[in-house]
Design a protein around this ligand. Sequence first.
Ligand code: DX5
Ligand code: ZN
Length: 218
Amino acid sequence: MTVQISPSILNSDFARLADEVASVSQAADWVHVDVMDNHFVPNLTLGLPVVEALLKASPLPLDCHLMIEDPDRWAPAYAEAGAGSVTFHVEAAAAPIRLARTLRAAGARAGMALRPATPIEPYEDLLPELDMVLIMSVEPGFGGQRFLDGVLPKVRRARRAIERRGGQVWLQMDGGVSTETIERCAEAGADVFVAGSAVYAAEDRDKAVRGLRALAER
Ligand code: DX5
Ligand code: ZN
């Protein structure tokens, strides 16, 4: 498994987003952009116009995590704008298969996210339609929360389900990923790691990314 690190700009300085993205661009694989609509989660961040501006400014591809209601309606525009990866929450999607196909047809990788309490089993048959499964290890909405160890058995089940179907789908962990928790996530089968505060609170962010990668690769 190839380890990938996707720093989340959620807790970065929104007045200096281009610089904040540049500060991880030597070491990271993706930039994770948390889109929140104040309905699916109790927080409001940014939307398509800011993502379009970031697409022009970012040397790295954008990994857009949509914590929004009605992704069937809103998510395709992020793929059409050029986001490398677009992840919708399955709890909010009316027609996840159709949505995943639309995202892929627009040239993006299609991701499906699960809240901590959402099981993987009902959605295993969707795996051939997907490029990534995101398992939340905090309740979505805010950065800097404590990692929920209780999701690790679900990560193991998701990894086994992916392997039964050929192992092409990436498995992303998001929430509370740090030097304290990333080894447990990797051991359970995750291969793409979102880290917000663990990277953006660090003095040298590229160094923080390299440190996380080294722990996940052990
Ligand atoms: C939370 C977001 C995460 C968040 C992670 O709802 O989806 O991407 O930014 O931040 P940390 O790593 O601080 O938990
Ligand atoms: Zn996220």
